[in-house]
Structure formats: C-alpha cells, structure tokens
Design a protein around this ligand. Structure first.
Ligand code: SPV
Ligand code: MG
Length: 578
C-alpha cells in the first residue's frame, strides 16, 4: 500500500464535478483491486504533438462489476455481495487519490439503493451508475443472454430515493440505459431517459455491445436535442468497449463528457497471467517469463515498499544508536601528564576528555554509551555511560577492546576513539548518513602538508587520488580504497578522525570479518605485525580488500585528537572558549 495517494473522502468526492466543469472529456480507467487502482491512478504518458508538449493521465477510476466479480473468480450476475464490492472499493480508495465512479449494477431495490448511496458517498466515491434492468442482472456484453429491462417508473423511483438520501452536493447518481443491450430501439432509450432525468438523475450512460457506434451516435444526438429543449445539461457517459475505434475527440464531439475504459486492466492482466503460467509449464523453469513479468522491484516501488525501506533506514539512524568508545589502552606518550590516570580522565577546560565526548553525544540525543576500560579501569568515571572492562587490554589493540562490546553492535553502532574531540555538527551529519559503513575523514591534508612525526590514519579515496596539493576538488562517490598509518602521506587524500558508523548490515560485515581474521590468520596481517595487534584500520582495509564498500563522510577541521602535550593546550584553548 502506498501512502502517497492519501486523500480525505470529502476532497476526493468533489473532484468529479470539478473535472466536469472543464471543457474536456473525463477519461476513466477500470480498477479491480489495490494494485490495479495504483496503476490507474498513477499511469502517465508524456510526449509532443506538433511540437506542443503533451501529458496524459486518467482523470478517474471505474470500479467495475464485471472486473470486481471476475477478479474474485465469479460471473458478473450480482452474485458478489455489496459488502464484498465495498471492500474492493475501499481497497482501491485507500491507495488512490483520483475520483471514483462505482458500477452499482441494478442498485437492488429502492431500499438497498439508499444504503448503497449512503455508504458510497461516505467512502468518498463521486458517482454511482445504476442500470435499468431487473435484479439480478446479467452482464451486458455477451450476446444471446436474456436481458430484462425494469419498468421505467420503478427505476425512476429508485433514482429519486437514492438522490433523496445523499448528504453532499458532490455525489452523483447516473442512470444507465440498457435499451440497446436488451435489443430495444433508440426510441425506447430516448423515452426512458426523459423519465430518469425528471426523477433527478445527474447524468446518463448509454450502453451498447455493438461494434458499430451508429446507434450510440444517434442516441447522443437526440439526447442533446432533448436536453436543450428542456434546458437541462446533464453529463452523458459512454463505455466504448466494442466500438473502440472511436477516439476520445470523436466521442467528445458527439457530446459525451465521460468515457470509461471499463475492463482493460483486468483483461490485460488475465492474458499476461495465462501466458506466464503456460511459459513455465513449457520450459519447466521461470527464466523465459522474465520478459513478460514486471521485475519484483517494480512491484515493491508501486506498492510503497521502497518508501518503507527508506523510512526504516531513517528510523534506524535517528534511534538512540549505541556508541562504543574503546578506551582501554595506556598512553605512554602522555604518561608524565596523565600521572597514572587513564587518558579519558585527562582534564581539559574543567572536564574530563570523556565528559566532553559524552557532552557532544548527549547534545545529539545519544545516551546509549559504552566505554571499554582496561588500564586503571577503576578510575574511569562519567555520568550516563556504561563501562565494560577488557582485562586483556595489554595484549591487543583498540579493535579488540571494541569487539568486547560485540553484543551491543548487532543493530548498528557508532565507534569513537577515546582521544578525539569534535564539534556537535559532525555527529549530526554522520547520524543522517545512509551507508552501511561510513568513516569520518578530514580533507585538511589536501591544503596543508601533514605534520611530521605525527601518527595519522591516512585514507585514499577511490575516485580521486591527489595529484598536487591545493589543486584538487573532490566529487563523486565517497568510497575509501585504502586506509592505514603506513600509507604514503603524499598520495593520501584524507585522514580518518576516529569516528565511524555502522548500520546493522555494516556491523554484521565488520563482526564476521573480524571473527574470520582472528580465527584463521596468524602473524603479520595488513599493517599489523601480528594478528593480535590488528587495528581498526587494518580490519577496515581487509574488508575493503574483501569487496565490502566502505564510505566516507568528508569534513574540514572541527575536530582534535589528543596525542601530544600541544594537543592538550590546543583543546584547553578551544574548549575554554566554547
Ligand atoms: C462493467 O464494467 O461491469 C460494466 C460495463 O458494467 S459492461 O461490462 O460493459 O457491462
Ligand atoms: Mg457492470
């Protein structure tokens, strides 16, 4: 079900009368269920006629008794109950926004018709067409079938009763003349039509099963003479199933205001289904049916499944996605400043490094935060976080610490290195990303040479390598082809800042790759001297080599990593002013 065509009943109901005020024929297509309803509603062609751009679509939907019954596997003999018809009608209304004209068959007796009018009007239907035959009617198109016409006065009374129960001005009751179907003359139809108009019919449908439109055209001509005489301009409707060589322009010129293509979606679906079934039987496989079947994805698109997928992704992004901060390692470079404290407990501008990180996360409504501790675990403190210990932190890298929280990663997660600080908007941006694996990378190195003696995680983007510094402009796909601290800084395009997001799928890929690496490999691996030293960036490189797509989110500055004493000064300076 697509939600795109949602409309209130009263707004839809009034649309048919509005369309009839235009100086054009109203083009109506049959639908018999939700899917055919969406097709009738959304079908559109665009092109040019004599260099003038044209676009065409159907104006309204015909809910046919023939195709509703047939789609339920029944003949069109009023054997399908009105409740069942109403179910199909509502199914179509739920997924379309165009006005609907309902085929009311005979309408039953006058009492039944009152209920029919009430229910259709309330549902948002714009018009009902009832035929002047005796209940239970037979479909009009088959020759040799007994067609019994109703007494014109009895039928007129039914129209009058129906008109008297409708509440709005929008709803139309259209009288369908079956004289020609029952083998009667145009004179009979003309005699009856005057009675029906007097009874309050809002329009008239003349039906024929002849290939030759002569009788229909004669009726149209005489109808207009009569309505002119009695100064009553009521809509004339035709259903050119058999006399189908006439164009809409020709029908319009003859005075028809509504043309109904009454059964074509069901007939075409029926033909395609029969051919498909036979093709599978003949070939004992379905490959040969591909050219005559819509791709599954097209159906997904039509019924709104792809919209659901997009929304699910957005929801996943906006949910309180788990944050994992691997903070287990000891930092020998800053040991004199840290004085035996874990690095996350370093005070910067009055708060710990970890508190600054939690602050940024909370500002983005992220409160599901897990910190992996190791070195001086008992000293780690921060409000609103969960601590999980990696007792074996000395034997591994930040990746092994991260993997301690594997159970929290299953629905997707964000990893943050414990020694980085970044502006709030960077987190907001990564939250809106759709990709399964996305790493935040800085492009500053495209403008300045990297600092000497600084360990950096270099990145090379897939599309553009860096020919000369300062001259490049980046565009196109944001895919990483290489990552690692031992890459040549001259060929690097970006630096990984230590912030990455994984969707459920991305997380599954990460965990599977990690488990495979630690189980099946020994010794040197990617940039690591030993599999036990495997870093996050090594695993990412391994995943890229295995064919997984790793995307990047490019930023320019707005972040800091605390590696050296000067970084602490810089952080103090910025955060004191923040
Ligand atoms: C229908 O579509 O059900 C109609 C038109 O009533 S016809 O089948 O031509 O009678
Ligand atoms: Mg019918």
């Amino acid at each position: 079900m697509t939600l795109l065509n949602n409309i209130l009943p009263e707004i839809r109901r009034s649309k048919l009368k509005t369309l009839l005020k235009r100086d054009q024929i109203v083009r109506v297509l049959e639908a018999h269920n939700g899917l055919s309803g969406i097709i009738a509603n959304n079908a559109r062609v665009e092109g040019q006629t004599n260099e003038v751009p044209v676009q065409r679509e159907f104006d309204a939907i015909w809910e046919s008794s023939l195709t509703d019954s047939a789609s339920k596997g029944h003949p069109d003999i009023e054997v399908i109950s009105f409740d069942s018809r109403l179910q199909s009608i509502n199914e179509i209304l739920a997924v379309t926004h165009k006005p609907m004209i309902v085929d009311g068959d005979t309408g039953g007796d006058a009492n039944s018709f009152e209920y029919m009018v009430t229910k259709l009007e309330r549902a948002g239907v714009s018009a009902v067409i009832i035929e002047d035959k005796v209940f239970p009617k037979r479909n009009s198109l088959e020759s040799g079938v007994q067609q019994i016409l109703q007494e014109p006065e009895v039928f007129a009374q039914k129209i009058h009763r129906g008109k008297s129960v409708q509440i709005s001005d929008d709803f139309m009751v259209i009288a369908r003349l079956e004289s020609l179907i029952a083998g009667e003359s145009v004179d009979d139809a003309i005699y009856r039509v005057q009675i029906y108009l007097e009874a309050g019919a809002d329009g008239v449908m003349i039906h024929s099963k002849e290939k030759d439109p002569a009788q229909i055209m004669e009726f149209a001509k005489r109808y207009h003479e009569i309505t002119k005489k009695i100064s009553c301009k009521k809509t004339l409707v035709c259903v050119p199933t058999t006399y189908n060589t006439l164009t809409e322009d020709e029908l319009c010129a003859a005075g028809f205001r509504i043309v109904i293509y009454a059964n074509h979606l069901l007939r075409s679906a029926n033909k395609a289904m029969e051919e498909t079934a036979r093709t599978i039987l003949l070939n004992q496989r379905s490959f040969e049916t591909d050219p005559i079947c819509s791709p599954v994805r097209e159906i997904f698109k039509t019924v709104g499944f792809l919209d659901v997928k997009e929304k699910d992704k957005l929801d996943e992004n906006s949910k309180n996605i788990p944050i994992i901060i691997p903070a287990a390692g000891e930092d020998p470079l800053l040991s004199s400043i840290l004085n035996g404290k874990p690095k996350s407990m370093l005070k910067i501008a009055g708060k710990t490094l970890l508190d600054w990180q939690v602050n940024t996360l909370n500002k983005n409504n992220l409160t599901n935060i897990t910190v992996i501790t190791g070195y001086k675990s008992s000293q780690m403190k921060a409000e609103g976080t969960t601590f999980q210990e990696n007792k074996n932190y000395k034997g591994g890298s930040e990746l092994h610490s991260l993997m301690k929280a594997r159970k929290k990663m299953l629905k997707g997660f964000i990893m943050i290195y414990s020694d980085i600080l970044f502006e709030d908007h960077i987190m907001a941006e990564i939250l809106t990303s759709q990709e399964d694996i996305i790493l935040v990378v800085d492009n500053t190195m495209q403008y300045h040479a990297p600092e000497a003696n600084k360990v950096q995680d270099f990145v090379i983007s897939k599309n553009k390598h860096q020919p000369t510094r300062r001259k490049i402009s980046f565009s196109g796909e944001n895919i990483i082809s290489k990552i690692g601290s031992k890459l040549n800084s001259e060929t690097a395009t970006h630096e990984f800042i230590g912030l990455a997001k994984f969707t459920k799928t991305g997380s599954e890929q990460l965990i599977q790759s990690y488990e495979d690496c630690v189980k099946n490999y020994h010794g040197k691996f990617q940039e690591a001297d030993d599999i036990n030293q495997l870093k996050f960036t090594d695993l990412i490189q391994e995943m890229i080599d295995r064919g997984y797509i790793v995307n990047f989110l490019e930023i320019h500055k707005g972040w800091l990593e605390i590696h050296r004493a000067e970084d602490i000064d810089l952080a103090n300076h910025f955060l004191s002013n923040s």
